[in-house]
Design a protein around this ligand. Structure first.
Ligand SMILES: *Cc1c(COP(=O)(O)O)cnc(C)c1O
Length: 377
């Protein structure tokens, strides 16, 4: 079976570098807040061109901590109020919406555009007197329309946070996603563009206040053990994960180029199949193809998945269920606009195998299989 992502191949490639990084952590035994954590935070802020990077335990925690830090910066309060509305997309991983709830606010779900990211037009229709901010997601590694989102935010006095879990290394112009708003929240879940050997995350920001509050929250909410002011978390980035991530960061540009090469091969090989809609790149935006997601028209998506499975090719649907249809959001979310594209695309999308180590040979095999089964659809 061809997997969605072949992490074993990547490990083989980096084995020596990673082994020696892990060994040096084992030698110094500073598992929590060891020197590699600080080194990795500095490497990330240099790489992205952002003032501060605060390592945390997961992408989910990075989102909660970023949201609460923005709240503290704006209001000197630890959490938002239930009446506060934050606009986001329903077509994303649960954590995006879940963390809005955990920050105390109510989710407002706006529709998406053809690029699968939140629609600025729909954001405008979703603004009320209670709106306080926007949580934009760069889905599949494709940068959201940050210029327009930031313009709307400025005009309406809203904050903006980026969920960059799927988009490490993506850019708009020469600026990296995650650095285009008040704060960016990254995930280092193993399958992400920059993946650890377990959970990990990062809050990035140019604001001193956001950096300080994030640093408190990740460590039980205090400056130190006996000066605890806020209700915090145990949400530190493990030293061993930071050491592994430092190794992987050294290869990230090459890995992103490889992902892009696989994506371009797919697009070239499948472009004439009218039933399939290829992902498009926006002018000036660098897509990192965390996922290579296509749409299958005429209700044929599930049939295509079935036929590819028979040909030993994995596929996944991200995301078959919109957040506004999940029970956890009942009574804690609102929808002011029609979610037409979200509804439609959740029934049409399918993601194909992709990764930096996926060979062109494997990619061609998948293309050939799709071309063959497309005739049976
Ligand atoms: C993976 C992901 C998260 C959560 O990251 P974790 O590290 O798994 O907690 C949040 N948002 C999106 C869009 C994701 O893909």
């Amino acid at each position: 079976m061809i997997p969605m992502l072949d992490l074993k191949k990547e490990y083989e490639l980096l084995r020596d570098e990673i082994t020696s990084a892990i060994e040096s952590v084992m030698a110094h035994q500073q598992w929590i807040n060891g020197p590699e954590v600080k080194k990795f935070e500095e490497a990330i802020s240099t790489f992205l061109g952002v003032k501060y990077a605060v390592g945390v335990n997961s992408g989910t925690d990075a989102l909660v901590i970023a949201l609460r830090s923005v709240c503290y910066k704006l209001r000197k309060e630890q959490r938002f109020k239930g009446e506060d509305e934050i606009i986001t997309t329903p077509f994303t991983f649960t954590a995006t919406g879940e963390t809005i709830l955990r920050s105390g606010a109510t989710c407002v779900f706006a529709d998406i555009d053809e690029d699968y990211n939140i629609s600025p037009e729909s954001i405008k229709k979703s603004i009320t007197k209670k709106t306080i901010g926007i949580l934009a997601v760069h889905l599949y590694g494709n940068p959201a329309k940050m210029d327009e989102i930031n313009r709307i935010a400025r005009e309406n006095n809203l904050f903006v946070i980026e969920d960059v879990a799927q988009a490490f290394g993506s850019k708009i112009g020469d600026r990296y996603t995650g650095t285009l708003s008040d704060a960016g929240a990254f995930s280092f879940f193993p399958s992400k563009n920059l993946g650890a050997f377990g959970d990990g995350g990062m809050v990035v920001s140019n604001s001193d206040e956001i950096k300080n509050f994030s640093t408190y929250l990740r460590n039980h909410g205090g400056r130190d053990k006996y000066n605890v002011e806020f209700e915090g978390y145990n949400s530190r980035l493990d030293t061993i994960q930071a050491a592994i991530l430092l190794v992987k960061l050294g290869h990230i540009k090459d890995f992103i180029e490889r992902r892009r090469a696989v994506a371009n091969r797919y697009k070239e090989g499948l472009k004439d199949i009218s039933l399939l809609k290829m992902p498009e790149e926006r002018e000036g935006g660098l897509h990192t193809y965390h996922q290579f997601t296509i749409r299958v028209l005429e209700n044929k998506r599930d049939r295509l998945a079935e036929l590819l499975k028979k040909n030993e090719i994995s596929t996944m649907v991200y995301y078959p269920v919109l957040l506004n249809r999940m029970k956890v959001f009942e009574g804690r979310s609102r929808v002011y606009d029609e979610l037409k594209n979200s509804d439609r695309f959740s029934k049409e999308v399918i993601s194909l195998p992709i990764g930096p180590q996926q060979s062109m040979e494997t990619t061609d095999k998948i293309i050939d299989a799709i071309r063959k089964v497309a005739r049976e659809l």
